[in-house]
Ligand binder design. Structure first.
Ligand code: ARG
Length: 464
């Protein structure tokens, strides 16, 4: 006899390679707790609807509790011959409690089961990531507040552009992560519908109560269409798309940490806790954690791509191709979780080298725009003309190897006779950053206000 769940019409067992390509237990065992929870909800509902007896439901519940304990204790036996997590649990249940266990699969299919389990898993993963992103936002805003007045060069094209504050730079990431979190919340809201009861694809003739199982599992409602419920994985795609974008944000930050901690910049220092040494060059301190956050982003995007490609040619409803959804989903969300944790660690660990930042901010004529703005404001010069005059001043500074604020007044006046000594008041980097008080600008007064506004909101969220 064939020992498989679906063995009734099969005379022979599968080929070894069939078993190998078919079995998902090596990775879908991750759904063990979700599968148990969904089975308990199913058993309770079946009993409440009079489809199975209360006595059988009780036996099933106890059996499932035992199985979960075995799993948690590491004593549960897995076998590829049993294919996947659903058949493993059901087989063990029947082994433990006999024929009552065989009633659990009434009015359901592995198709609605797996769709339900995976939604529960993704939902939990989103919740865990969101909590960590909140912590990361708090850490960034706290550091931003602490360093609201620290001046550094702002870059465009990675060329020194204008002085900004380190706090302002960190607060930019608080904004990005805030949007990522709202995208996760949005995806979560959309995915929170229960596939359970869609059965194989068409629903069931048993008088089930889908509202009850949906509620028991924390879903907002049952999914409306049974074909859609078992066949779409858009919820996983969305979560991975948001994960990819979040990872891209973390990766850009990681890239900045790599640049900032290089000897040429020396803007920040990471401690021993977030760096490694070289096996040959004794002086090295490598920012491996940042590099790996940057690299793992590729993996996350790759996973999203993999699932989209799996889905793109599939007719309704369930196709076995969909078993290939799990590894990319698990990997993408677990990898992002790790990247957020590592980034949080680096943010807390990172110390800005204020002197180096300040010095770099004063190099490469970073206050040239301030000079042009002064010409506009004090001499009523049209900006285009002021830009031209400033360009000539920069040329002069370059030719005489001086920073802008050290170009003598007579040199300035040789270019534009109306320039007065007052101009020196705007050529310093501190003054430059402090003057940018327009809404959203880099001035320390703005940064403090923004950091405090965010911290109030984030800390409230953290305590709720
Ligand atoms: N292991 C399968 C999966 O992950 C469960 C669903 C199997 N359904 C089926 N009709 N064979 O997709």
């Amino acid at each position: 006899m064939n020992s498989r769940m679906w063995g009734g019409r099969f005379a022979q067992g599968p080929d070894a390679v069939m078993e190998e390509i078919n079995a998902s237990i090596d990775f879908d065992r991750k759904l063990f707790p979700q599968d148990i929870a969904a089975s308990k909800a199913q058993a309770d509902m079946l009993a409440a609807c009079g489809i199975i007896t209360a006595d059988d439901a009780e036996k099933i519940r106890n059996g499932l509790d035992t199985i979960l304990r075995e799993f948690e204790a590491g004593s549960f036996t897995f076998s590829r011959a049993l294919e996947d997590v659903h058949t493993h649990i059901e087989a063990r249940l029947i082994e433990l409690i006999g024929s009552a266990g065989g009633r659990l699969h009434t009015a359901r299919s592995r198709n609605d089961q797996v769709a339900t389990d995976l939604r529960l898993w993704v939902r939990d993963a989103i919740d865990a990531i969101d909590t960590k992103l909140l912590d990361l936002q708090i850490a960034l805003a706290e550091k931003g507040l602490e360093h609201a007045t620290v001046v550094m060069p702002g870059f465009t094209h990675l060329q020194t552009a204008q002085p900004v504050t380190f706090g302002h730079h960190l607060m930019a990431y608080v904004e990005m992560l805030g949007r990522d979190r709202s995208r996760f919340a949005d995806a979560r809201r959309r995915m929170n519908e229960s596939p359970l009861g869609a059965a194989a694809l068409a629903g069931t003739s048993f008088p089930i109560d889908r509202e009850a199982t949906a509620k028991a599992l924390g879903f907002d409602r049952p999914a409306a269409n049974s074909l859609d419920a078992v066949s779409d994985r858009d919820f996983a795609v969305e979560a991975m798309a948001v994960a990819s974008l979040t990872a891209v944000h973390l990766s850009r930050f990681a890239e900045e940490i790599v640049i900032w901690s290089s000897a040429g910049f020396n803007f920040v220092t990471l401690s021993d806790r977030f760096t490694t040494g070289s096996s040959i060059m004794p002086q090295k301190r490598n920012p491996d954690a940042a590099e790996l956050v940057r690299a793992k982003t590729g993996r996350i995007i790759g996973s999203l791509n993999a699932l989209l490609i799996v889905l793109k040619g599939l007719p309704l409803a369930y196709q076995k191709d969909m078993q290939e959804d799990k590894e990319p989903v698990f990997d993408a969300l677990e990898t992002l979780d790790l990247c957020v944790t590592a980034t949080l660690g680096m943010v807390r660990d990172m110390e800005p080298n204020k002197a180096a930042m300040r010095k770099a901010a004063g190099e490469a004529y970073a206050t040239a725009t301030d000079l042009a703005d002064w010409l506009v404001q004090s001499l009523d010069m049209p900006f285009r003309e002021a830009h031209e005059v400033t360009g000539r001043v920069v040329q002069r500074a370059e030719a005489t190897h001086r920073p802008l604020h050290r170009v003598p007044l007579e040199d300035l006046q040789a270019i534009e006779p109306r320039i007065t000594a007052e101009v020196y008041g705007v050529l310093g980097v501190t003054q430059s950053a402090a003057s940018r008080t327009s809404q959203g600008g880099t001035a320390p007064v703005n940064v403090r206000k923004e950091a405090r506004r965010w911290l109030k909101r984030l800390k409230k969220e953290a305590s709720d």
